[in-house]
Design a binder for this molecule. Structure first.
Ligand SMILES: Nc1ncnc2c1ncn2[C@@H]1O[C@H](COP(=O)(O)OP(=O)(O)OP(=O)(O)O)[C@@H](O)[C@H]1O
Ligand SMILES: [Mg+2]
Length: 275
């Protein structure tokens, strides 16, 4: 089982949208068994995919609650075949208030996923991170093989490359083995200034940048109201097409499918460079 954290300390860059649509595509179109973990107290991914209920959440995993004595206690099915999720709780807000919290909680998601991996139920886990460096984010980084960074093609992101480098250093200090899989440029519009920003990000990023980008379309915003992946809400929209192309790129570069199921041949090098 491979685990990817969708991470960027900047808010509103498309982490949740990417986590939901990536999970959907891996499950529905690539036939993988996927576990989506909502690590954000805002609970946007949880609210999009499952009904409110009295179920254990990531909070119970991170606090070692006896409500989660077996890993399956904390997973919930969604309406999408092969896609389960670990919901978030608003109690996650309080984790960071406990000064010892980070220390105690940081290993627990990794241990939980190791137990799930033994059960061989899931091929991929995707973690939707909050826009801060709190205990849940630290636990997500600790549990991940790869980090995917959605980024807007604006001046703030371009000028924020030094911040991004520091963020990556922070990530590596938590988990030296984690790899920054790539930056995904999101909300691209047809405009010279956007092309310039995207080109700047490609030239100056301290990590690979995916060849495919996600265009901005109102269908994504509509899909949040419909509580559906944009792939279901508007499968032919620009963003749906782009997510499909990007996930194909990810599946190939990360070798998520065996070769006899259409996966790419294993890469010889550890670090994969995207154009
Ligand atoms: N390609 C797109 N086109 C249009 N709107 C988009 C696109 N991607 C995301 N959005 C919209 O941008 C807003 C922020 O997206 P999202 O919630 O995925 O970001 P986030 O990084 O998870 O935010 P937060 O940091 O608050 O968790 C949402 O309203 C979403 O619908
Ligand atoms: Mg979010």
């Amino acid at each position: 089982m491979k685990t990817y954290a969708i991470l960027n300390m900047k808010g509103g860059v498309g982490k949740t949208t990417t986590a939901i649509n990536l999970s959907y595509l891996l499950a529905a179109e690539h036939g993988l068994n996927v576990l989506l973990i909502d690590a954000d107290a805002q609970r946007n991914a949880t609210r999009a995919l499952i009904e409110a209920g009295d179920y254990p959440t990531l909070y119970e995993i991170l606090t070692g609650s006896e409500l989660v004595s077996y890993w399956m206690d904390a997973t919930q099915p969604t309406d999408i075949e092969r896609l389960d999720m670990v919901p978030a709780s608003d109690l996650l807000w309080g984790l960071d208030a406990d000064p010892t919290g980070k220390f105690w909680t940081v290993h627990r998601l990794k241990d939980f996923l190791a137990a799930a991996a033994e059960g061989q139920t899931y091929d991929v886990a995707v973690i939707d991170c909050p826009p801060n460096f709190g205990a849940a984010t630290a636990a997500a980084i600790m549990a991940s093989d790869g980090i995917i960074i959605p980024m807007l093609p604006d001046a703030y992101s371009a000028e924020g490359m030094a911040d991004l480098t520091r963020q990556i250093e922070g990530v590596k200090s938590i988990n030296p083995d984690v790899r920054v899989a790539g930056i995904l440029i999101n909300q691209v519009q047809r405009a010279g200034v956007v092309d310039d920003a995207a080109a700047y990000i490609r030239e100056n990023a301290p990590c690979p940048v995916y060849k495919n980008v996600i265009r901005r379309t109102v269908k994504v915003i509509e899909s949040t109201w419909a509580k559906e992946p944009v792939l279901i809400w508007s499968p032919r929209s620009a963003a749906a097409q782009d997510y499909r192309a990007w996930v194909r790129e990810l599946v190939d570069t990360e070798v998520l499918l065996p070769a006899d199921q259409g996966g790419a041949a294993p890469a010889s090098g550890e670090v994969l460079q995207h154009a």
